[in-house]
Design a protein around this ligand. Sequence first.
Ligand code: ADP
Ligand code: UDP
Length: 239
Amino acid sequence: MQKVEQLYEGKAKKVYATDDPALVIVSYKDDATAFNGLKKGTIAGKGVVNNRMTNMMMRLLEEKGVPTHFVEELSDRETLVKKVKIVPLEVIIRNVSAGSFSKRYGVKEGIVFDAPTIEFSYKNDELGDPLLNTYHALALKLATKEEIALIEKYAFTVNEVLKEYFLALGVKLIDFKLEFGKTADGTIVLADEISPDTCRFWDAKTDEKLDKDRFRRDMGGVEDAYREIFKRVTSRPAN
Ligand code: ADP
Ligand code: UDP
């Protein structure tokens, strides 16, 4: 499958059309941003880690009954996926307090929740991805009630599958962001990526951060953290 033309360049990936209108190629960059693009940098090797890790997670989730956009890994940085219309909702699941949750509610990081939480943001860079609830999403016609219910169900399934998978690798899954899309026939599938850019991973023994927080917070060891999580993931193939 060949790239025909670039459709979009985002902060972390490029999207290309192919000669099949139902398929696009996603190409992962080493560019990193945080705080809605205010902080910019490069994380060497990130594109390869995020591409390959995302694909492993997508294959695992397909097996567990979550439909995804994944079609075929083409190279270290490029993957063929089903073209979807992205539902403009960022779906965030949390198992442990961190990041904006801790800031918003004034609690320390690391509080383990009795049950996972779900929240939605309106995927809109100009507005800074504002938090919204399902009534707001319906009012804005971002998705139907049925679609939102399905997205919630899939998101919690993703959490159960990934939590167990990462724990076996000695990693706590703290929180993560998902995006869903609609194929031409209206099917809702999991899209975008599942990577250290979009998940918080803490070492199960030491609570060391193995994700993009090292970049966001200028902690150093960013490349090493991406390499370490990738090493663990590839040491125990998902399938
Ligand atoms: P951003 O747009 O936030 O800067 P990226 O750099 O990751 O993010 O760009 C990738 C873009 O591709 C995102 O807008 C994402 O929603 C979109 N996308 C992800 N998967 C698909 C898909 N299967 N079909 C079409 N677009 C997709
Ligand atoms: N996240 C993401 N993209 C975003 C916002 C959040 O991938 O635009 C991920 C982030 O990596 C973390 C989870 O979603 O794993 C929750 O992020 P949070 O709301 O705490 O925001 P942050 O602290 O990143 O501003």
